[in-house]
Design a protein around this ligand. Sequence first.
Ligand SMILES: [Zn+2]
Length: 68
Amino acid sequence: MNCTQAQHAIQLDLDGELPWLKKRALQRHTARCRTCREAWRQHRAIRQAMGRLAAIGPSCGLTGSKKR
Ligand SMILES: [Zn+2]
């Protein structure tokens, strides 16, 4: 698994759609690659923060629908 695949796997994992075999490969990669480990950690933190915001209210404007 290279970094591009790892980044993709991270997204799938956060969506809960990463097969365990791929998850094992991702864990092996992040054990060696600090960049992807940090990326995984940050994505997870963002996801958790967004989940908390969604629980508070849907009108926080963080959905990214309006970028301009
Ligand atoms: Zn990597």
